[in-house]
Design a protein around this ligand. Sequence first.
Ligand code: LLP
Length: 421
Amino acid sequence: MEYVQEILHLGGVSVPALAERFGTPLYVYEAASIRKQVANVRDAFAALPFRPFYAMKANSNLALLRLIREHGFGCDAVSPGEIHLALRAGFAPESIWFTCSNTSFEDFRAVPDPRIVINLNSVSEIDKIVELGLPNPVALRVNPDVGAGHHADVITAGESVKFGIDLAELETARMLLEDAGSSIVGLHAHIGSGVDSLAPLLASAECLLELIDDFPELRWLNFGGGIATPYRPGDAEFPIAEYGAALARIAGPRLRERNLTAILEPGRYVVAASGVLIARVTTKRVSAGVDWAGVDAGFNDLVRPSKYDAYHHIVNATRGETGALRETYDASLHREEIVVAGNLCESGDVFTRANHRVVTRAIEPLRVGDLVAFCDAGAYGFSMASHYNARLLPAEVLVDGGEARIIRERQGLDDLFRGME
Ligand code: LLP
């Protein structure tokens, strides 16, 4: 992402040209960014017996899945739909883990291949797969009693969370599966998303390592995802090399001794920085002395600000400069305090929020007709998009080698009517 003569370019392609060709709102991904992130993951954990996985809930576009698969990743899927997307993208069935979350009989019956690893989240789910007689290898998702994340709603271990088998129940889980003749090939813990420090990740890893003696058929220890990425100017990069070195220190010898392979399954870390949501400024207004810009996208396209008060850096893609970008932020540039709001019929449809409130943001001046880019929107952007207010899902474009290609067509009215009389 760079400015060339005031115009934002993604992977060498001008954003106004992309908006002209594909319309707005538009998700644009840079392949080079994803390649860099997957290489970082591979390098950081190279000292371990290691297989990287990708948590596809972050972004399950087939073109991105294929790109990530080509770099040797397996895949964490959370629904039959995600499993089918992973298979279609060419992931081998044995490289797919189906991580359950209050999974129904119908969902279990829809697992299309006996080689897919079923990662069980509760004794109730164990009862179901035993009743169905599923032949798949299984893993157990453990609650390691330590959680972390960028928002309370994305902390997935510790107290009051719906995930993971309690340590006290693990023995029951193991016996039920062994009695049924299932092979427990993996243990798994995922403590949350947007985890920006090593300590909780390592505490969770220690917890898993303490359990391995009770599981003779283990092949994998899955330490989950959750690695944070920068969103605000000045945010530090996650120390992924340190994470790899620390994990190699605490887990390396025991993994080798037992001939186990470590899995990490980041989602956000792989795709967040690659993606930008492009929208056009449609209106401006002043209300009670506060400036507002309205854009042709809403929380149906990018829900993270409305849902988690998440910060997405916003730049003017039509007229800007290098100092506007998060990575090269120059605080001395001329900026104006403004609220940026979407086009949905709801007061919470505002992209500039903090502490459950609408706030202004200092942004380079915006005019009606300018394009804005919501940065770092590659993870949990499109994958959380909805049809709210009967808005159509936006198009997605991948930029690679200086060329842009459509990887998901913009929806049309037929998509809205489908299945209804
Ligand atoms: N593995 C499991 C079992 C997960 O539940 C998740 C995320 C991941 C891996 C990947 O976590 P990551 O590396 O992306 O942090 N919608 C929220 C994030 C929810 C994450 C849910 N689980 C957001 O927009 O921040």
